[in-house]
Design a protein around this ligand. Sequence first.
Ligand code: BDR
Ligand code: CA
Length: 314
Amino acid sequence: MPVPIIIDCDPGHDDAIALMLAAGDPAVELLAITTVAGNQTVEKTTLNARRICTVAGITGVPIAAGCARPLVQPLLVADDVHGTSGMDGPQFPEPTVDAVPEHAVDLMHRILTEHPEPVTLVPTAPLTNIALLLTRYPDCAARIREIVLMGGSTKGGNRTPAAEFNVYVDPEAADVVFRSGVPVTMCGLNVTHQALATPGVLARLESLDTELARICVQLMTYFAATYRRLWGFASPPLHDPVAVARVIDPAIVQCVDASVAVELRGQYTRGATVVDMHQYLDRPVNARVALALDSERFWDRVITAIDVLGSRRA
Ligand code: BDR
Ligand code: CA
């Protein structure tokens, strides 16, 4: 039986590939896509989710827009990484897939309440919607099988020396999630930096010879230029699909149990995830923390999913 999931995202080049992996892999059932402000404003991330669903032929999956700003602080977008649209690179056609009028948090709550089995949440963006869900509807925590998120890091950040973008944008929300008591798996930069879209990966995608694969290559080519310019990477890391892959096949992403705290006050470290793998702080374990990626199996699943969706469209 496929694992029922909801992806809460801010597309975003890597969110886009995460959506395709979730929609094209038979091990998961994508029940809904919710959007939040992060890489760009929520208007833009919602438009981008509709664009991806249109070009990937993802229909029948509700898309609902959520929070327009973090819980406490003003929004910081990542236009330096993802461009003014939030998903610069390809030319997208006018989307034919619409968003539903329901708020993301209400849609998540309704699905959690109505679905016969507990549902896995896969946030690949700032955790504003998820924190609001857990605060507004505390009873729904029991209906969440687990939260498998992309965010944080065991060692250093990408927005400050200490903080990863998704946690840095809304640290209070991340704090709510890590303290919620719901099982949390953290796929942070330390593991997503192992998911590199190398020239070999791009060549495999090109050889699929579908319109969708060409769009994916354009997305990754734009992302590659960003990562080269900002961080000197030879190939860009596709962060967000790693969280989806962990749900699809847990053996792809190896984890250890640890306590994770979100730094809210540090003068230079606000938004850092403090991962205590050696119990220095004597805090209870509250997360599984991803450490290692089987990149071969990861890319096989991603490329197969893009092939499945792209061939359906052809
Ligand atoms: C995360 O930040 C965003 O820019 C990406 O989409 C990913 O979710 C990586 O730090
Ligand atoms: Ca993202």
